[in-house]
Design a protein around this ligand. Structure first.
Ligand code: FES
Length: 100
């Protein structure tokens, strides 16, 4: 069972922007897509590109290095080698669920 940890404040990620956070040794990209937050590994499954510097269209993020695309929505979690993390907001804290 995982635990939720606070990784950022909502004001840290303006609408349609993203940041990279480090949680328990993992680099994780957090995206704000029209006010909803999504968390996915920051290391591209292709060759380790910085997913947090990618761009989002139709709920897919495009890696800035070679253009691989990944779904952000954990409901559509495909087997593409990328880990997605449940996200919730409490007050102005953004929390993601990591391994407990
Ligand atoms: S490192 Fe992401 S597409 Fe190549």
């Amino acid at each position: 069972m995982g635990k939720f940890v606070a990784v950022a404040k909502v004001q840290d990620i303006p609408d349609d922007e993203s940041i990279c956070v480090r949680v328990e040794g993992e680099h994780i990209a957090i995206f704000n897509v029209h006010g909803k937050y999504y968390a996915i590994s920051d290391m591209c499954a292709h060759a380790g590109g910085p997913i947090s510097q990618g761009w989002v269209s139709d709920m897919r993020v495009t890696c800035p290095w070679h253009g691989w695309q990944f779904e952000l929505d954990p409901e559509h979690d495909p087997e593409d080698g990328m880990r997605r993390y449940p996200v919730k907001v409490e007050g102005d804290d953004i929390l993601i669920e990591v391994d407990g």
